[in-house]
Design a protein around this ligand. Structure first.
Ligand code: SF4
Length: 425
């Protein structure tokens, strides 16, 4: 959390949608949280957080309840002795890495993940990764990124992680589609089947399931984003020759169709082939979604800035579930990644960027929305005040992309409403 003087400035960023810009106290998790889903995605990667006991507690409590195998993350805790001198800290880090790689020969890629304690900031992790790579590459690739909570939100951890991999992607100028952003394996398989039916390929998913299987990038690479929080990664991929295909994100039926159509158009797929490929899953999704749409229609939603998924979610809630949007907050709005989504929001949607949490809470309490999407830190107090909430972090942990998950996504919002209804009868 950072405390800064508050400035409010309504700025027009796209036709008829003003943005309330706020800078003040924020309530978000830090980028270390990304390890929770990234370690499950990349089966041969290990995430070594270089941090404090607080970092170790955060990562253990966020991930500990969800894993049943030997963890592929850990924390090298900098102690008092390390503070005495950086040489000691570097030696200590090398010793921990030696021990780890000896004990875990299954590790193919090791990420050294920086955090925000000042003693860690002083440590040059890029140099440490380079030094250790000299010793362990090619058996183990060692990369580094920062998951620090200073001025970042939790999904930026994935952006930083993927960004650290971009420079080591192999070069190829062959035509190919790169889907950027981690997706649940089951969702990835569904998309791959649809791309195959349309004759789109080769298709690469980034991050890959094994960090050692890096996708190629170059002038023929078309970039299709599956997640809206990858600002730095996308720019690095563009700098390596990739071309961004701007598109809404594959949340809900409409978003998924628009996303697939963007790829289909880039591959000149015949519209009949496209329609035939999507017809069965669209039909299934419409039937499954209907039940939740009825429960959500006409209800009011307030989205606090947390995951960077807020605008695509708001678009889904409003256009496919009939919800009314009170306010849609985003930690930051990157127009390169967000314009296609903003264009789909209903006229007059109140968008806010950044946060001044007390003021935003006041606006929320005054509006008394039916559901509030927010981080864990705000959810409990709001629940205690009688308001139904949805933890935004759950939306990142759950498979929510694609046709077959559209109803599951709606259910994530319908469930707290039902729970609140039961509590109040
Ligand atoms: S990186 Fe910073 S914000 Fe995150 S757990 Fe460690 S000390 Fe806390």
């Amino acid at each position: 959390m950072a405390l800064e003087p508050c400035t409010e400035l309504p700025v027009k960023i796209t036709a008829d949608i003003p943005v309330l810009k706020e800078r003040g106290q924020r309530e978000v998790f830090c980028g270390l949280t990304g390890i929770v889903w990234l370690h499950r995605k990349m089966q041969d990667a290990f995430f070594l957080v270089v941090g404090s006991r607080t970092c170790a507690h955060l990562i253990q409590s966020a991930a500990g309840v969800m894993i049943f195998a030997e963890p592929r993350f850990g924390t090298a805790i900098l102690g008092e002795r390390d503070l005495a001198g950086l040489a000691d800290a570097n030696e200590e880090l090398d010793r921990v890495v030696d021990q780890l790689l000896e004990r875990r020969p299954d590790i193919g890629t090791l990420f050294l993940v920086g955090s925000c304690p000042s003693e860690v900031i002083k440590l040059d992790l890029a140099k440490a990764a380079e030094r250790l790579s000299h010793r362990f590459f090619p058996k183990v690739r060692i990369l580094n990124y920062s998951g620090s909570g200073i001025e970042t939100t939790f999904t930026q951890g994935e952006d930083a992680c993927l960004g650290s991999m971009v420079p080591v992607l192999p070069r190829s100028d062959e035509a190919g589609l790169m889907v950027v952003g981690s997706l649940a394996d089951v969702v990835e398989d569904q998309f791959r089947r649809l791309f195959d039916k349309m004759g789109i390929g080769p298709v690469y998913f980034f991050p890959p399931r094994r960090a050692a299987n890096l996708p190629p990038v170059g002038k023929g690479t078309k970039l299709l984003l599956a997640q809206p929080f990858l600002s730095d990664t996308v720019r690095s991929l563009i700098a390596r020759g990739g071309t961004l295909l701007p598109s809404p994100y594959p949340l809900g039926i409409e978003g998924t169709t628009a996303w697939l159509k963007t790829a289909a158009d880039a591959w000149n797929v015949d519209s009949k082939v496209f329609e035939e490929a999507i017809e069965p899953p669209v039909k299934r999704a419409k039937i499954a979604l209907e039940r939740y749409r009825q429960a959500l229609t006409g209800r009011k939603a307030f989205l606090f800035p947390d995951s960077q998924l807020e605008i695509p979610l708001a678009r889904f809630l409003s256009r496919e579930c009939g919800m009314e949007l009170v306010e849609v907050g985003m930690p930051y709005i990157d127009r390169l990644l967000m314009d296609s989504e903003i264009a789909l929001l209903p006229q007059g949607t109140v968008l806010s960027e950044g946060q001044d949490v007390e003021k935003q809470l006041d606006r929320c309490r005054e509006a008394r929305p039916d559901i509030t999407v927010c981080g864990l830190g705000l959810a409990n107090p709001l629940e205690a005040e009688g308001m139904a909430t949805k933890w935004s972090i759950e939306l990142v942990f759950s498979p929510i992309h694609g046709y077959d998950q559209a109803a599951d996504l709606a259910e994530l919002f319908a469930r707290p409403l039902e729970r609140r209804r039961r509590l109040t009868v």
